[in-house]
Design a protein around this ligand. Structure first.
Ligand code: SF4
Ligand code: SF4
Length: 438
């Protein structure tokens, strides 16, 4: 692992730890934490660094920005006991403001909490609530749709269905619904008889999330093969959605149920010596940051401290860079790499660049530090679609300027946006590692 990456990760990790510590020291404990973060607001000295980092505020004149959504909103509540402003629903939960704040204000925690409170007061029959609940619970629908993948793909790709989704639910018809795989990752894993490796001391538990299971099993299969090639036993326990789309839509009760299941399941494996690895940077973000900020299940902290993004884990525990440096790809490829916002928050935005620069046959270009604009479910909302594309324009331009027509990113929805904006094929870094070392 390079010193640069170590330093980045350590710095961000220390900052995050101190932010969480500050927040925990100043906010009321456990249950109350989900409804009162007002003391955290006092750490804000109004520098507006968060506002200038916010991609939504840059394109949406109606959005007052993170400083208002966080500290100011809580101050207002303290002095006037006002309701949460509806503009909180326009925050995409990209969490860029978290990294921008020099004062450790727990902005995304405030936003998530405010959104949860706002959604509690929404009409459960409103079109916005129904649409957001559907988007937030994608995994439940995917479980049903993936039983008949070809039929579902046909129906969801149909122009009439897209038109109805937009008119009735407010889900944009501009995007292609992601196709379901004909065999889910979990079916593949069971069919091959689970992990091919058994090990007492090299064991990881894979949090694959819904998207890798139902839509891009090739990413999840690559992870299993890569880890097995380094001698790891890879367990794939039952799991629920990480909660990321639920946090983004204020569905905190749904998120709480999913998180509780995940914490209980994965903590048992941690007790047996497994570390937790994720192929999606938003999933690792949820388990290591959002769960401890929002929930207080018995083993939340234990799960958080044992969670890693998959490539981060290999770089920490194996000499992945050397393994990559000793090999060469048969087919030359030029890659345009986008670091997801949630990878930045975890200090992981340089790792793919550092790693693949060592790989013969590959040229890799960073397409800049802008947000892709889709932010999970944000870019799927009819009224946000144009903003989402406007935010993504900088990334699309850089991708077009880069050599080659293949994109690379760790986040499945950033991949969707990259493909949508450029027509490029988008790979996951794990697929490239598989090609190089397995
Ligand atoms: S999470 Fe992203 S969209 Fe929301 S306020 Fe922060 S920077 Fe803006
Ligand atoms: S960056 Fe932090 S300190 Fe500055 S305005 Fe935003 S919340 Fe306040």
């Amino acid at each position: 692992m390079s010193n640069d990456q170590n330093t980045d990760r350590d710095r961000l990790s220390n900052e995050r730890t101190s932010e969480v510590a500050t927040a925990e020291a100043t906010v009321p404990p456990s249950d109350e934490r989900t409804t009162d973060l007002r003391p955290g607001a006092d750490n804000c000295y109004k520098c507006t660094a968060c506002d200038t980092s916010c991609p939504v505020a840059a394109v949406d004149d109606e959005f007052p920005g993170p400083k208002f959504q966080g500290p100011e909103q809580w101050r207002l509540k303290r002095s006037e006991d006002t309701d949460i402003d509806e503009s909180i629903m326009s925050c995409s939960n990209c969490m860029r403001c978290d990294s921008a704040c020099p004062s450790g204000v727990p902005l995304s925690q405030m936003h998530n909490t405010a959104r949860g409170e706002y959604v509690e007061g929404m009409s459960k029959l409103s079109r916005e609530y129904v649409r957001n609940r559907i988007l937030a619970n994608y995994g439940r629908l995917a479980r049903i749709g993936s039983r008949v993948p070809r039929l579902t793909n046909f129906v969801m790709g149909n122009r009439v269905t897209k038109w109805l989704n937009e008119r009735l639910l407010g889900i944009t018809s501009e995007r292609e619904f992601p196709a379901f795989a004909t065999q889910t990752f979990r079916e593949w894993y069971d069919d091959r008889g689970g992990s091919k490796i058994e090990s007492e001391d090299r064991r990881v538990a894979y949090f694959h999330g819904d998207y890798s299971n139902f839509n891009t099993p090739e990413v999840a299969k690559a992870l299993v093969r890569v880890f097995e090639s380094f001698g790891y036993e890879v367990a794939v326990p039952e799991q629920r959605c990480s909660g990321t789309p639920m946090f983004a839509n204020g569905m905190l009760e749904d998120a709480r149920r999913a998180a509780k299941f995940n914490v209980e399941t994965f903590s048992e494996l941690v007790d047996e010596g497994y570390d937790i690895i994720c192929s999606c940077t938003s999933c690792s973000m949820a388990l290591r940051q959002e769960y401890p900020e929002l929930f207080d299940f018995e083993d939340t902290e234990q799960v958080a401290t044992h969670t890693y993004e998959a490539i981060e884990y290999l770089r920490l525990h194996e000499d992945l860079d050397e393994a990559i440096g000793e090999t060469e790809l048969e087919d030359e490829s030029a890659l345009a790499y986008h670091a997801p916002c949630h990878a930045r928050n975890q200090g992981l935005h340089r790792q793919a660049l550092e790693l693949f620069r060592e790989l013969d046959g590959v040229t890799i270009e960073d397409v800049g530090d802008s947000c892709s604009g889709i932010s999970g479910t944000y870019g799927w909302k009819e009224e946000k679609y144009d903003y989402s594309m406007e935010i993504g324009e900088e990334m699309f331009d850089h991708m077009r300027d880069a050599d080659g027509t293949t994109g690379l990113t760790e986040c499945p929805t950033c991949a969707m946006q990259m493909e949508h904006g450029t027509g490029y094929e988008i790979d996951h870094p794990l697929e490239l590692i598989e090609k190089a070392v397995v």
